[in-house]
Write a protein that binds this ligand. Structure first.
Ligand SMILES: [Zn+2]
Ligand SMILES: [Zn+2]
Length: 605
């Protein structure tokens, strides 16, 4: 904005604001007259507007999902009036914004929201529920970020809906409040015929309530089993940090929706989480609890142990953070580890899932390009982001979930083997005390400092961060596993590569870009090339390919007949070793190694 215009506007704003500073407030009324066609009607009322132009916006991003979502695309039928109902014509300076002039200090914006994606990022409305992620639902006004907010819902007639939300309930039915804009944006709402369970946790002389509001088509017995297991998972989470966070109003709510057609997701918030899937509890109990475990760990890690780069969250742009290897990766590590400590999964199942991230990092050429910090910074390109043009992420990218998960395991093993009586739990507890409980956002140097203080070894912490966080060096997993009484076992099987193949019409089509360190890439093959025969045998399905490969060992040469961009040719391919890794408990582990392994896996609550 040009300086002269700015000064003029500022002067007008001052004149406008005085002599009476009107009380600012924001309220929303939301109803669902056309729920069957996925529409919600929203009326937003902004009072105490003190500037001649009120800039009303839809968010472009949502905390916890890093791509741009352009929520304004699902808003239409926008009608604006002043406080007396006089129609106003808003200007449109950009895709996301409505500039309202000529108001009387009150601006009323009515709009229709199309909502057909009920997950952690978007909204979904139909006859069975209204599932509303706040940034996807509510228009907000610049300059009114600190104003108190009231939200009132009108469910369709004849429904026995209740509301699951972390918003503060007011006395009027279906009416809630939030102290300010950022709080509202962090507060998803599910209105449905919900089944409820709750329990109380006594913690440091404080009594807090954990609630589950579940929308599903299953039985109360399934919900009982889910609740009992969730209770143990909550206890194991609490044991890592030594206490629960102080939840607002002493309550934390799991907002779960497992209805057919619901996209699978999990999204953390300060005092609640949204967990969604189309799979019913009957067949999805363990994976759903695994998501619950991950999301609850976020109540500490990312919601309160918060990267400075995400504060305050910018709803007008993508939010880049170099810390997601810790915020998401360490949360992924604990999500599955605490499932085992809570007795929900077996040792064998847990060890299988623990070895996967090591394999994924080991096999990925992407680690040559970017460090874990740089992988984290790419979240806006990959996290729920869709683009029309293909990328070369097969060769240049490793998910910060996976990369960070592998680092968490490596750091946990390093602390347990190199230092006396230390583990990753101690590191997380220190971060909680320093940054989470204290609500003091952290930076990467803060994380290194905490590791130095915990281990009383600044040289170690500096070296660790230099090599494995800012640098691209893999941790020595094999040696670390050994000292934990575990063998990191490689496979002896021969494979054509680690790309996905799609079998159709007696051909195996390469379903993705090929890995530069794999046999297919090195044989000059890429996405959409068709593999016809291997040593003259037709590749009709996965089973046929697998049985042909069992006759070979890694390093063997085979002849592949292929169809590439319309040309048939034969290429020679050197088979690789299956990259799969397993963590196997050693029967002959030393007493010390066995003790470390048991201490790692043991129930703590
Ligand atoms: Zn639902
Ligand atoms: Zn997460």
């Amino acid at each position: 904005m040009k300086k002269t215009l700015f000064t003029a506007l500022a002067a007008v704003a001052l004149a406008f604001a005085s002599p009476v500073m009107a009380q600012q407030s924001v309220s929303y009324q939301v109803s669902f007259e056309n729920a069957v066609h996925h529409e919600a009607s929203v009326t937003a009322t902004f009072k105490g507007v003190q500037t001649p132009v009120l800039e009303v916006r839809m968010a472009r991003s949502s905390p916890g999902r890093y791509a741009l979502h352009e929520f304004a695309k699902n808003v239409y039928g926008v009608r604006v009036t002043d406080g007396k109902g006089n129609p106003l014509t808003p200007g449109r300076p950009n895709l996301h914004q409505w500039n309202v002039t000529g108001h009387d200090g009150t601006v009323v914006v009515k709009y229709t929201l199309f909502a057909d994606h009920p997950d952690g990022t978007y909204a979904g409305v139909n006859l069975t529920h209204a599932h509303l992620n706040a940034p996807a639902t509510f228009m907000y006004a610049l300059g009114l970020e600190q104003a108190p907010i009231r939200v009132q819902f009108t469910p369709p007639a004849g429904q026995n809906w209740t509301a699951a939300t972390q918003l503060k309930p007011e006395t009027a039915p279906f009416t809630f409040s939030a102290p300010h804009f950022q709080y509202l944006m962090d507060s998803p709402i599910e209105l449905a015929s919900l089944q409820w369970r709750e329990w109380t946790v006594q913690d440091k002389g404080r009594s807090q309530k954990i609630r589950i509001g579940l929308h599903h088509g299953g039985t109360p017995e399934e919900l009982d089993e889910y609740t009992q297991k969730a209770q143990r998972i909550v206890q194991e989470n609490q044991a890592v940090f030594g206490e629960l966070p102080a939840f607002d109003f002493g309550e934390y709510t799991f907002i779960a929706c497992y209805l057919p057609g619901t996209p699978g997701d999990g999204m953390e918030h300060r005092n609640s989480t949204v967990i969604t899937s189309s799979r019913p509890l009957k067949s999805g109990m363990t994976p759903h609890l695994s998501t619950l475990s991950h999301e609850f760990f976020h109540a500490w890690n990312v919601e309160r142990i918060r990267p400075q780069s995400l504060e305050p969250f910018n709803f007008a742009d993508a939010n880049m953070s170099g810390e997601l290897w810790l915020a998401e990766g360490f949360t992924s590590y604990y999500g599955t580890l605490l499932m085992h400590r809570a007795g929900v999964t077996s040792v064998a199942d847990y060890l299988k899932s623990a070895a996967y991230p090591i394999m994924a990092v080991a096999v990925s050429p992407g680690k040559e390009y970017f460090s874990p910090v740089e992988m984290s910074q790419q979240a806006p390109f990959v996290d729920a982001s869709r683009s029309v043009d293909p990328t070369n992420r097969t060769n240049t990218y490793i998910s910060y979930y996976t990369y960070g998960n592998a680092i968490a395991l490596g750091l946990d093993f390093t602390l347990r083997t190199r230092f006396k009586n230390l583990s990753l739990d101690d590191y997380m507890r220190l971060l909680w005390q320093r940054h989470g409980k204290a609500e003091k956002p952290y930076t990467l140097p803060d994380l290194e400092k905490a590791l130095a203080d915990l281990t009383k070894d600044a040289a170690f912490a500096q070296d660790f961060f230099k090599r494995h966080i800012y640098g691209k060096e893999m941790l020595p997993y094999e040696a670390l596993a050994n000292q934990m009484g575990l063998t990191l076992q490689a496979s002896n099987a021969a494979v054509l590569g680690w790309e996905g193949l799609r079998f159709q019409n007696d051909q195996a089509i390469v379903a993705q870009g090929t890995f530069s360190n794999g046999p297919l890439y090195q044989a000059g093959l890429d996405r959409d090339d068709a593999l016809l025969t291997l040593n003259g045998q037709k590749l009709t399905d996965q089973k046929t390919l697998d049985s042909l490969l069992t006759q070979h060992k890694p390093g063997d040469q085979v002849q592949l007949e292929v169809l590439q961009q319309g040309t048939k040719k034969t290429v020679s391919v050197t088979l690789a070793r299956d990259p799969e890794l397993q963590l196997v408990p050693q029967e002959k582990a030393t007493k010390a190694a066995r003790a470390r392994r048991e201490a790692w896996l043991r129930k703590k609550a």
